[in-house]
Design a protein around this ligand. Structure first.
Ligand code: LFR
Length: 504
């Protein structure tokens, strides 16, 4: 039987990818083969405006990348059994009453939300918001962006807000919906009922009519409009399936776990560190630790913390590159492996690491603030970033287990960070747990698995999908070095004054 081919559109903060996933069965059970057919750059674009410069996404370049990618996928695989779209969360386009996009979506790293969370909490207290939505406080949560935009002509004219994957899906099919995993990052979704918290929206002056009907992952969104299908060279009707449209939700689907005693680190621009739970944790302790309860596929909860991630490293490279310094990642990682570890550690989640800019200088400042020697070379800076990330993973895993009561025996690392073998090893040492690294294209694999089940090519539970996904993977296992444990304990105490349970 011909393998069924699906196109996964996976948009990250620094690149977009279109990946063909073929589901085939050679007798040993179904497995998925992934092949990237198109990759295009993505990133923040500063644009001057009335109130100063705003960071935007170039959404039309993304749209072109999607169409080019679907054309490449069709050329490579012939008739496709479906398309699914996932991307980073929270950002959205505003549409007018005719359904026309009112400007480029604003980038979540833009500063327009500075001070907005505090204003919002003056209307709806933070504790009440958390008890309802279960969402972490990040300045960029959609609700804060919408409040920041209040009083602008654009928001006044807006009749609908569509999150980025839903916007692209609407352009492909004409259907305006909000897929629930990504909707959970808006700050306007009730974490328990998984319906819009329209009462909260109203109290915050957010027009609830902006919020489209909700859809679960794994439904038929619609078919690619005939004119577009023709443009991409696809002759048969082409279904678009809802998937875990939040990239992290799709990545968690692809975690090759065999039981439920696992933690994950979805490691790309961000590192999302946490657990999969059957129900949200909405306690005050959980709020104080800023853990989020985002909606996962099949009614699961992604209980996790945002760790600043490889962004700190990529921005460091960009800074060095612009200064004319050598900035080849493989060389720097090799050098970082040679310098002594845990010399300097910083809290990578500090707000100063969020906006684009000179990360080496910010790292040096953070080191000085905490009475540590700033890194003296590029290699030491890179080592500091990796040690600090691993330390943040350790703290997040320990806090998540303490706050939820779920024990874990293994950490699954998925996403681009899998290629960073030093980071994988440090994560095992820091957490004191074995790390299983892979897949690299986690979000795309999860996207394909959910499409394939929706299309009837696969069946079963999330565990069944994971088993199918795992069959095609080369996983690498890193065992923790017990001799390193005391040094990680000391590093954690140095930074946060906390011990074993991550201060919970
Ligand atoms: C990762 C991610 C995170 C989200 C951040 C901003 O790509 O989707 O889960 O918090 O981007 O949207």
């Amino acid at each position: 039987r011909q393998p069924a081919a699906f196109a996964a559109v996976d948009l990250g903060a620094s690149s977009g990818r279109v990946i063909v996933g073929r589901v085939h069965d050679d007798g040993a059970g179904p497995r998925v083969g992934l092949h990237e057919v198109h990759r295009f750059p993505n990133g923040p674009v500063p644009v001057p405006g009335a109130g100063g410069t705003t960071l935007h996404w170039d959404v039309l370049a993304l749209w072109r990348g999607v169409l080019d990618g679907l054309r490449a996928a069709t050329r490579e695989a012939g008739p496709l059994a479906g398309v699914g779209i996932d991307s980073w969360a929270v950002d959205h386009g505003l549409l007018d009453a005719d359904g026309t996009l009112l400007g480029n979506p604003v980038h979540y790293r833009d500063g327009r939300t500075d001070g907005v969370p505090e204003r919002v909490f003056g209307v709806v207290p933070a504790a009440e918001l958390y008890a309802r939505t279960g969402l972490q406080v990040q300045p960029f949560n959609t609700v804060f962006q919408l409040v920041a935009a209040q009083g602008t002509a654009q928001l006044d004219a807006a009749r609908r807000a569509l999150l980025v994957p839903d916007l692209l899906g609407a352009w492909l099919t004409g259907e305006q919906v909000a897929e629930v995993t990504n909707a959970s990052t808006t700050g306007l979704l009730d974490a328990t009922t998984r319906t819009w918290a329209t009462d909260l929206a109203r109290r915050l002056g957010v027009d609830a009519g902006l919020l489209p009907p909700l859809r679960d992952a794994g439904e038929l969104l619609g078919h690619v409009r005939p004119d577009l299908a023709e443009q991409i060279g696809h002759r048969a009707p082409l279904p678009v399936w809802t998937v875990g449209s939040h990239d992290t939700a799709s990545a968690v689907v692809a975690v090759p776990a065999t039981g439920d005693d696992f933690a994950y680190v979805s490691c790309g621009t961000w590192s999302l560190v946490g657990l999969e739970l059957p129900a949200p944790v909405l306690t005050e302790e959980s709020r104080a630790a800023n853990f989020t309860n985002e909606a996962g596929v099949d009614g699961t909860v992604r209980y996790l913390r945002n760790v600043m991630g490889l962004w700190v490293l990529s921005e460091s490279l960009r800074t060095w590159h612009e200064a004319g310094l050598p900035a080849e990642l493989p060389d720097l990682l090799a050098a970082a492996a040679q310098v002594p570890g845990l010399t300097t550690v910083v809290d990578v989640d500090a707000p100063d690491f969020l906006p684009p800019g000179d990360m080496p200088a910010r790292i040096a400042a953070a080191a000085a603030r905490t009475g540590q020697t700033p890194p003296r070379s590029q290699a030491e800076t890179v080592r500091c970033v990796l040690d600090s990330l691993a330390l943040a993973y350790r703290r997040a895993v320990r806090q998540a287990t303490a706050l939820s009561g779920r024990d874990v025996a293994v950490v699954h690392l998925v996403g681009g960070g899998v290629r960073n073998t030093l980071l994988c090893r440090l994560t095992a040492d820091a957490t004191g747990l074995p790390v299983v690294a892979g897949p690299v294209e986690g979000a795309a694999l999860g996207n394909v698995l959910v499409q394939a089940r929706a299309a009837g090519v696969l069946s079963g539970s999330l565990a069944d999908l994971r088993a199918v996904g795992a069959r095609g993977l080369d996983l690498v296992r890193y065992e923790p070095d017990p001799a390193a444990a005391a040094r990680w304990d000391a590093a954690e105490r140095r930074l946060w004054g906390t011990g074993d349970r991550g201060g919970v």
